[in-house]
Design a protein around this ligand. Structure first.
Ligand SMILES: [Fe+2]
Length: 213
């Protein structure tokens, strides 16, 4: 029995048009995300084998593979739910996401400042990476992280609540080399309800995450 499984998409392949075309969603979910799930499961098996054989020389490489594939699986699992064809705009109290709106203002000064920072963080990734809005439990605030690959440059303990995939596989078939255009277009499909739920859950569990008051 595999430890990790590929989650179903919460919508059909065409649900995010015109921001993301169906071909991208199909390949991204069915091939790329699936590969990370397989990679994480395979790596766990290889680690077990290495322990059985006391092949400790394999550990260094396998630990890197585990971080890469597992983080890829987790970020993509969040990514699909962060988007909806009915999304976009700003989080508003009238839509029941006032706590998130307040936290963004408190953490970044304004929604506009936050939006520009996250857009820039995602668009300026060198090579492959992500722009991430995360809840940081020590300060109790939201921060933006620019993630290398799926796992680098991350503050320990932070919980991703909104993730922008800036890998070429996320946009190249439609946007070619215009990564900035893709990231800017992404704001039109953000599912603020989902982001708000993730924020509330992370905040609720902050004390558990840190084993401190
Ligand atoms: Fe991706």
């Amino acid at each position: 029995m595999a430890t990790y499984t590929l989650p179903e998409l919460p919508y059909d392949y065409a649900a995010l048009e015109p921001v993301i075309n169906p071909q991208i969603i199909e390949l991204h979910h069915d091939k790329h995300h699936a590969a990370y799930v397989k990679g994480a499961n395979d790596t766990l098996e290889q680690l077990e084998e290495a322990r059985d054989k006391e092949a400790w020389g394999a550990i260094n490489g396998l630990q890197k593979n585990l971080a890469f594939h597992l983080s890829g699986h987790i970020l993509h699992s969040i990514y699909w739910h962060n988007m909806t064809g009915d999304g976009g705009g700003e989080p508003l109290a009238a839509d029941g996401v006032g706590d998130l709106a307040d936290a963004i203002t408190e953490s970044f000064g304004s929604f506009a400042g936050f939006k520009s920072q996250l857009t820039k963080a995602a668009a300026t990734t060198q090579g492959s990476g992500w722009g991430v809005l995360a809840y940081e439990p020590v300060s109790g605030k939201l921060i933006v992280e620019q993630v290398y690959d799926h796992q680098g440059n991350v503050g320990q303990g932070s919980v991703p609540v909104l993730v922008f995939d800036a890998w070429e596989h996320a946009f190249y078939l439609q946007y070619k080399n215009q990564k900035v255009d893709f990231i800017e277009a992404m704001w039109a499909v953000v599912n603020w309800q989902d982001v708000a739920e993730r924020y509330a859950a992370a905040k609720e569990r902050a004390d558990v995450l840190l084993l401190a008051p």
